[in-house]
Ligand binder design. Structure first.
Ligand SMILES: Cc1cc2nc3c(=O)[nH]c(=O)nc-3n(C[C@H](O)[C@H](O)[C@H](O)COP(=O)(O)OP(=O)(O)OC[C@H]3O[C@@H](n4cnc5c(N)ncnc54)[C@H](O)[C@@H]3O)c2cc1C
Ligand SMILES: NC(=O)c1ccc[n+]([C@@H]2O[C@H](COP(=O)([O-])OP(=O)(O)OC[C@H]3O[C@@H](n4cnc5c(N)ncnc54)[C@H](O)[C@@H]3O)[C@@H](O)[C@H]2O)c1
Length: 459
């Protein structure tokens, strides 16, 4: 039996930073990782996808260069081996940087292997038993693979395995029209694949307002991506050219043949093989571990951070979880997960950036609210760049003047949103942004103008 003060299970986005803080506080600490340092984000999530998206954008810009007076003679070709090599190099740099940081931290032991609870304070890894007063779960999640008729008979990719390929699928069929499906759809279309998205819901990215879903769908269709909604009765089978898919779309039968299939239908937490029952840790029916506002589980001395607690599904929420646990435990600085304002981006081009409530949620709340809308065609920066697709909208509480939410679909939206996030976090009224001087010519300079033209929000 090895004794530690603190053990972190999983080296995802929250675990490593917390392990370092715990070790620095004088606690004898161990971090256990069964696969790759940095977890999903670094190895099979944000970093590789955003690196590939950058290559795909380079191809897109090159194809449209003549619109800017830049003439490229000959066809634009994408060398998928070089695309993958570039992605691998960026991933390796992040993974290595993290590994070096952890290895160089005094008082911190890195243990490679699968961790499983034996009791509330005992963990088994590679036949060794570890005991600790404090245990922090940061096990993240993995792609869901639901039962779909015929799926077991064909080869298919998940968001992880598709990152290993160094060739171009002729026709990529993607099941699932949400964050993962849409980022890969545009990326592969720009690399040169034919792409078809099959979504069972009545619209893409169904958490968003209908107008936002529609605008995103138009962006993708404008690039030649085929989108089928209301897909039911999916059946998949092997085909000489790859994969055969049949389904009903709005009760009409469709049949497709693709060269490759990508499953992008959600993620599930890595909690089924953790021995939670032996520790007495409660999880819900989807496997997410239940936590309180400080991310403590029902068992004293056990916390859960990141995707596995179901309170966020992004790298920035996992990182914020680390900050919350560290602040409460190490800094005597009370911080609560409920104080977090939901914000995220969909990294298609142009990106969709979101913060706070949707219009649907505000209308359902019954609060009197105001909304400002602006087409990206009005934004000088967008016109100068010939990228005018999209619309920005911000919703404000009519009484308190506080911003309730925003949906920005347009170039630079993933950066611009932060001026709204910061004012919301400060609890300040929208008039603070309205009076700020923003730099010309940027997208952000139009946010005060957008807020200067608010109208009542109606259904
Ligand atoms: C394709 C894709 C793109 C994404 N893009 C973005 C993006 O652009 N922006 C964004 O904010 N988020 C993005 N995400 C989501 C983001 O990657 C996750 O929200 C984030 O990685 C969650 O971090 P985490 O700390 O909860 O766990 P993870 O990063 O999932 O890490 C958990 C770690 O725990 C290890 N582990 C699990 N079980 C055990 C065990 N029993 N013993 C030992 N180790 C174990 C795993 O091997 C893993 O290394 C993306 C996800 C995917 C799949
Ligand atoms: N930009 C980002 O921050 C980013 C990027 C990628 C992933 N992520 C994270 O990864 C998580 C998972 O993303 P995701 O897109 O896989 O999942 P998701 O849960 O957001 O969406 C899954 C989609 O698949 C559809 N679907 C499910 N079963 C289907 C079926 N049988 N046929 C057709 N459609 C089906 C659902 O209706 C839904 O639209 C996200 O919640 C997000 O947190 C974030």
């Amino acid at each position: 039996m090895q004794n530690f003060d603190s053990v972190v299970i999983g080296a995802g986005q929250a675990g490593p930073a917390l392990a370092v803080r715990l070790a620095q506080s004088g606690r004898k600490t161990a971090i256990i990782e069964r696969k790759l340092m940095g977890g999903t984000c670094v190895n099979v999530g944000c970093t590789p996808t955003k690196t590939l998206i950058a290559s795909a954008r380079a191809a897109h810009v090159a194809r449209h260069a003549s619109e800017f007076g830049v003439m490229i003679s000959g066809p634009i070709e994408v060398d998928m081996q070089r695309v993958k090599a570039r992605k691998d190099a960026v991933v390796k740099q992040s993974n290595q940087g993290l590994t070096d940081w952890l290895k160089s931290t005094p008082n911190l032991e890195i243990i490679e292997g699968h961790a499983r609870f034996e009791s509330a304070n005992t963990i088994k890894v590679n036949q060794a038993l570890l005991q600790a007063k404090e245990i922090f779960i940061n096990v993240g999640g993995r792609p869901s693979v639901p039962k779909i008729d015929g799926l077991a008979d064909v080869k298919f990719f998940t968001s992880s395995s598709i990152l290993d390929i160094d060739y171009l699928p002729r026709h990529l069929i993607i099941i699932g029209g949400s964050y993962i499906g849409l980022e890969f759809a545009q990326m592969y279309r720009r690399f040169g694949s034919q792409v078809t998205v099959l979504e069972m819901g009545p619209r893409l990215i169904a958490r968003e307002d209908a107008a936002v879903s529609l605008a995103v769908q138009e962006v993708l269709q404008n690039e030649g991506i085929a989108v089928h909604l209301n897909v039911a009765d999916l059946h998949i089978a092997k085909h000489a050219n790859g994969v055969f898919v049949s389904a009903n779309v709005d009760a009409q039968p469709i049949e497709l043949t693709g060269s490759h299939l990508l499953l992008a239908v959600g993620r599930q937490p890595n909690t089924d093989d953790l021995g939670l029952d032996l520790a007495g840790v409660k999880s819900n029916d989807r496997g997410f571990i239940e936590v309180d506002d400080q991310l403590r589980t029902n068992v004293q001395g056990i916390w859960t951070m990141g995707d596995a607690n179901g309170r966020g599904a992004f790298t920035h929420t996992a990182w914020n979880d680390f900050e919350i646990v560290a602040a409460n435990l190490l800094d005597k600085d009370p911080r609560l997960v409920n104080d977090r304002i939901a914000t995220y981006a969909l990294f298609i081009d142009p990106p969709l950036a979101r913060v706070g409530l949707t219009e649907r949620e505000v209308l359902a709340s019954g609060k009197p609210a105001l909304v400002g809308r602006m087409s990206m065609a009005r934004v000088g920066r967008a016109r100068e760049r010939s990228e005018t697709q999209g619309e920005m909208s911000v919703i404000v509480d009519a009484e308190s003047k506080k911003i309730l939410g925003a949906a920005l679909l347009g170039i630079e939206a993933d950066e611009v949103i932060h001026c709204i996030v910061d004012v919301m976090t400060a609890g300040a009224p929208y008039t603070v942004i309205q009076r700020a001087v923003h730099i010309h010519p940027t997208v952000s300079e139009l946010i005060p103008t957008l807020l200067g033209n608010l109208k009542p929000l109606t259904a």
